[in-house]
Write a protein that binds this ligand. Structure first.
Ligand SMILES: *Cc1c(COP(=O)(O)O)cnc(C)c1O
Length: 487
């Protein structure tokens, strides 16, 4: 059998494949010349070779298939022009594909505001403007304009962060995981860090407190139990090797029932008594109390500083609503050595992030307006009435297109915060649901994901669920178009 196939393959090679034009010949075609005006010669040549190989392979498979099915040999003659035009169509498609970006925008109709897989927080207009400016012009990134001497990239945020959090010093790194790593490495390398067993958090993407601790070179000293840790548990664990008392905000889970957490005040007072710094990893790190908007009370960064925590770390792209970053705020005597730590050079924030972060933080100076200017806060606080209007408007658009067999309805439901923030919190929202008679909800969801502007949805009760909370009105047309071409 294998021998027969081999013989067949040889025959195909000899006859049909001989009809394939050479790369050089193809490149002389008028259409190819047009491609060469837009793309480099190397790329076009490369793509032509790829297409020729592909055709060769397909023809061989075809010939083998025909033989197995007992059909007559597939070595028939095809007009050269036909083959060439077939190749050109494919080359054009491949060239287009190579030009397309892999990382691209998607429509998030899941209602999960800080969707980790979909890039967490969106930037506001001013953040984008700042990012664009700094990206397209030189900047004073590490230049002190007052003296003309070398400056620090961290200086740009220091005053602003002091104002917003009450802390005397700050440092910003690549993300919060890096912030925790840098802080532990600087303050507790080769020494012990005391943490409650109820706070040994794992965050998505392999951030786990025990592992970050060992990476940092510090030793984890667990105290208490999963549900109860008292101040005396910390006190008993303190010894000459202790470097730090760490509290981790259980940002993505809750321990409820028979529980006891040592309060921040108790920890701070123990730290002061023993001359040990207290650090808090806040995770999300909110700057604005969202209680007014019916959202759960989350610890605020300024509250921790006020209580006397020495170092607080938090993310830039969770509830803060900025770019990916890790913020470290607190006492100067602990933060200065972090800036000088060689590890910081590897974790440092880049200028684009810095620009977007400064502009995002500036929005917080206007506490009345900030819930409108920062997309994450806007989505979290959109009123039920506005969401209803949005859902109605989307449903109207969908109905107006008149897609056969598509049932569109509007109903109430819930959005979630995501990003390991505010676990278990469900925010009332309005949904547009789609039901089709021709295809299943799962098939429709899959097709929506394959659109050139992919659409991500929820599925429930055999229906597609679109949560308008995380969809901008300006995206409605793309969304409707995506649904139309998916049916
Ligand atoms: C999210 C989170 C982190 C990690 O932050 P990144 O910015 O994703 O690196 C660390 N600690 C806690 C408590 C978190 O919630």
């Amino acid at each position: 059998m294998e021998k027969k196939k081999e013989a067949k393959r040889n025959l195909v090679e000899k006859n049909k494949l001989r009809q394939l034009p050479s790369v050089d010949n193809l490149l002389r075609e008028e259409q190819m010349q047009a491609f060469l005006k837009e793309h480099s010669r190397t790329m076009v040549t490369d793509v032509v070779r790829e297409v020729l190989n592909q055709l060769r392979w397909e023809w061989q498979q075809e010939a083998l298939g025909e033989q197995e099915a007992g059909e007559k040999e597939g070595t028939g003659f095809q007009e050269r022009d036909l083959i060439v035009s077939q190749i050109i169509v494919r080359v054009e498609k491949h060239l287009k594909h190579r030009q397309q970006l892999n990382l691209k925008p998607v429509i998030n109709a899941t209602g999960v505001i800080l969707h980790t897989n979909l890039g967490r927080a969106l930037l506001g207009k001013n953040a984008l403007k700042a990012l664009h400016q700094v990206a397209t012009h030189y900047s004073n990134l590490e230049l002190d304009l007052a003296t003309g001497k070398r400056g620090s990239r961290y200086a740009h945020l220091e005053e602003l962060l002091s104002l917003l959090t009450g802390a005397e010093a700050s440092l910003v790194v690549n993300n919060n995981a890096a912030a925790v790593l840098l802080a532990l490495n600087t303050l507790a390398r080769d020494r012990e860090v005391i943490v409650s067993r109820g706070q040994l958090v794992e965050i998505g993407g392999s951030f786990r407190i025990p592992e970050v601790m060992s990476q940092s070179g510090a030793y984890l000293r667990e105290v208490g139990t999963t549900n109860k840790t008292y101040p005396h548990d910390y006190r008993q664990a303190i010894n000459e090797k202790t470097a730090l008392l760490l509290r981790v905000h259980t940002s993505n889970y809750r321990i409820i029932g028979f529980t006891q957490e040592t309060t921040l005040e108790e920890l701070v007072s123990l730290g002061q008594e023993k001359g040990l710094p207290v650090m808090e990893d806040l995770g999300s790190g909110q700057l604005l109390d969202l209680h007014k908007w019916g959202l759960p009370v989350e610890p605020l960064v300024p509250d921790s500083i006020r209580v006397g925590v020495d170092i607080v770390t938090f993310s830039g792209d969770k509830l803060l609503g900025g770019p990916q970053a890790g913020l470290i705020v607190g006492k100067k005597k602990y933060i200065e050595p972090m800036k000088k730590n060689p590890l910081n050079r590897a974790l440092r924030i880049d200028k684009l992030t810095l620009a977007a972060l400064e502009a995002t933080l500036k929005e917080y100076l206007n506490q009345e307006r900030v819930i409108k200017t920062i997309p994450t806060l806007r989505m979290l606080t959109t009123s039920g009435a506005d969401l209803r209007k949005k859902a109605d408007s989307l449903a109207t658009k969908l109905t107006a297109v008149g897609m056969e067999g598509l049932e569109v309805s509007v109903k109430s439901g819930f959005s979630t915060v995501g990003g390991g923030s505010m676990p278990g919190t469900e925010i009332p929202t309005w949904l547009v649901t789609l039901k089709t008679s021709q295809i299943s909800a799962a098939t429709l969801a899959e097709r929506l994901r394959h659109q050139s502007w992919p659409v991500l949805v929820r599925i429930g009760e055999e229906q597609i669920i679109l949560d308008v909370r995380t969809v901008e009105e300006t995206e409605f047309d793309v969304l409707v178009e995506g649904i139309k071409s998916s049916l």
